[in-house]
Design a protein around this ligand. Sequence first.
Ligand code: FMN
Length: 169
Amino acid sequence: MKKDPLVIYGSSREEGNTRHALSLVLNEHPHEFIDLRSLDISYFDYTHANEGDDFLSVAEKMLSHEKIILATPVYWYTMSAMMKTFIDRWSDLITIRKEMGRALKGKWVYVVSSYGSEYPCGFEDPFRLTCQYLDMHYGGAYLHYSGNDTIRVEENTRQVSAFKHLLFD
Ligand SMILES: Cc1cc2nc3c(=O)[nH]c(=O)nc-3n(C[C@H](O)[C@H](O)[C@H](O)COP(=O)(O)O)c2cc1C
């Protein structure tokens, strides 16, 4: 089992604010990185006709790590559509790949996000409740403010420091 975290990245741009938030958190710490944009992962399908796309290979990687970081910007008050599509496919792990779903038990999930104006109330709920459903541990979030308000930019520094303790101590 790998101790270094697996990062699953769901922003619509490679070097945007969510990537920056991740770099503050990881700070050169070794990790494995998966960019959902580069993969073929389609919407959940009740007939599982998409079983051969890239989803299961990412799920295999999740099984080989103790800690999983889901990185997503806030788009329209919630996670990115890319991240939501990916998480919808976790339903494959409780239907056609139940043994994989069971193997997620006890893993730790963290969220790194960035937002431009207001951090939406309830943003973490889908992550926390999904973890609860799958017997995973929800470890918390670093919610990076990417706007221009100086006081809130300063808060990022305190919050990133607290989050790094959660993730690495
Ligand atoms: C499609 C879209 C929707 C957005 N919706 C919100 C929002 O609901 N709340 C908010 O605070 N910022 C919102 N923003 C701003 C982004 O959350 C913010 O710029 C974020 O840092 C972008 O991260 P990225 O560079 O990884 O895409 C939105 C941006 C985009 C492109």
